[in-house]
Design a protein around this ligand. Structure first.
Ligand SMILES: Cc1cc2nc3c(=O)[nH]c(=O)nc-3n(C[C@H](O)[C@H](O)[C@H](O)COP(=O)(O)O)c2cc1C
Length: 201
């Protein structure tokens, strides 16, 4: 087994940090926010997950205070849209570094739809979307307690949209939606096959 401390990686063996290729696949938080001036934003975040069941709570983290975090500091609401294989290129286009205030829905040629409970928009064509109210934004610290330019936004799901064509016998057919997930480097995975396993009694 290769072992190294992160600060001492031998770049002749591993030129690129491999950790994101290990914590893989990561679901993608395709997050829409809005500024206090009404400027609309959409961006993908793969440091993203559901972190609590009931109520459902989602979190995503930003390397640096990006526009999504800035907007959430103004209007504490976001919408997560589920990115699928069908919208992979549009999802990627929304990661472009655009000037603050530029609408990535327009940049990526995506139609947006109103949410019901919050002001940010959802992505038309995404088979599911979750409307969230911000719980808190946490500034990340390293293990010595030093503040990082890393920000985690945590939000409670207050509204759920699901395309009913993916609901079969009362259950969501995740594989049929073809969700995409981020791996390391420039790699992605697609969920198109599931297997079932029950927890021990
Ligand atoms: C699939 C994907 C996942 C990404 N995940 C993250 C992430 O977890 N954290 C982050 O800071 N940037 C991430 N990025 C880069 C941001 O999407 C990019 O910096 C974007 O411009 C941020 O937008 P914003 O400034 O409008 O919030 C990711 C990009 C892609 C394509």
């Amino acid at each position: 087994m290769l072992f190294y401390e992160p600060a001492r990686r031998d770049k002749s063996i591993l030129p690129h940090d491999p950790i994101k290729a290990l914590i893989a696949p990561r679901p993608i938080g395709w997050v829409s926010t809005i500024s206090s001036k009404g400027e609309i934003n959409l961006a993908p975040y793969s440091f993203f997950n559901q972190i609590h069941s009931s109520p459902a709570i989602l979190a995503f983290a930003s390397d640096g205070q990006k526009d999504s975090i800035t907007n959430l500091m103004q209007i504490g609401e976001f919408v997560w849209s589920l990115p699928t294989l069908a919208q992979k290129d549009a999802m990627n286009a929304t990661s472009a570094t655009l000037p603050y205030g530029r609408n990535e829905f327009e940049h990526a040629g995506l139609a947006m739809a109103d949410a019901r409970m919050v002001r940010p928009k959802r992505v038309v064509g995404a088979p599911a979307a979750l409307e969230c109210r911000l719980c808190e934004i946490i500034r990340l610290k390293d293990s010595d307690g030093r503040e990082l330019d890393g920000w985690m936004a945590i939000g409670e799901v207050v509204g759920v949209h699901i395309d009913e064509t993916f609901i079969r016998a009362g259950r969501v057919d995740t594989a049929a939606m073809r969700p995409i997930a981020r791996c390391g480097y420039h790699d992605y995975a697609v969920v198109d096959e599931l297997f079932e396993m029950r927890r021990p009694a």
